[in-house]
Write a protein that binds this ligand. Structure first.
Ligand code: HEC
Length: 195
């Protein structure tokens, strides 16, 4: 015996759309009503400065999001991997993206997650890294000297103007810093970093 939906394609289509809509509703509309704090900016958050906003545009234009995510997931491995000096990185929260439009949460991790990278390195480090990523970062220890510098597969952004690199760095330094999570060796919270 054929089911009614097998005989009538219109019922199947409406039914499928109905079920799809429930999924969309539950993931996009409902969360805001369950807990407003999920999305609204916290009082200690500030919108991006002009320089940081310009840096975001560079991030967008250069397609950094194709290789980097900006989300620390609720996985021990994520929290350890993106932590700082043995302090685990706290998982990302919805409200941290309140001023991100569009957001760069991303899906592909060719490079490391950048969700909590702000303040981890000095701005000078970023300067050298954007100019030539192969000068910094991990080196393959068991390769001959001539190959040692080839460890990073991140492209060089030396073609950006100095101003653009500075803007981009200003933006990168904001990432994940709305949550004060880094502690010094005495357990004191630390939110300063080398400019
Ligand atoms: C082809 C993929 C790719 C693209 C595109 C790319 N990156 Fe990377 N990125 C990587 C890889 C791989 C690493 C790890 C090796 C290294 O540090 O260079 C990395 C490392 C980084 C780090 C250091 C992260 C850490 O925790 O050590 C930062 C910051 C960074 N990238 C920012 C950017 C920005 C900003 C852009 C866009 C202008 C960008 N990346 C584009 C692949 C990429």
């Amino acid at each position: 015996m054929q089911l009614l939906t097998e005989r009538n394609i219109a019922i199947l289509a409406v039914g499928a759309f109905g079920i799809f809509s429930v999924g969309v509703f539950c993931t996009t509309v409902l969360p805001r009503f369950v807990d407003r704090e999920l999305m609204d900016p916290k009082p200690n958050m500030r919108p991006y400065t002009e320089q940081e906003a310009r840096g975001r545009k560079v991030y967008l234009a250069e397609g950094c999001v194709y290789c980097h995510t900006q989300q620390i997931r609720h996985l021990k491995s994520d929290q350890k991997r993106y932590g700082w000096r043995l302090v685990d990185a706290p998982p990302s929260k919805g409200w941290e993206y309140a001023y991100d439009n569009p957001h760069f949460i991303g899906t592909k991790r060719t490079g490391p997650d950048l969700g909590r990278v702000g303040g981890k390195y000095s701005s000078e480090w970023h300067w050298s890294h954007f100019k030539n990523p192969r000068d910094l970062g991990e080196k393959f220890r068991n390769l001959p000297e001539s190959k040692m510098q080839q460890a990073s597969i991140m492209p060089s952004y030396a073609y950006l103007s100095d101003e653009q690199i500075k803007d981009l760095t200003a933006y990168i330094q904001t990432l994940g810093r709305n949550v004060n999570w880094r502690k010094d060796k005495d357990g004191q919270l630390l939110n300063d970093y080398e400019e």
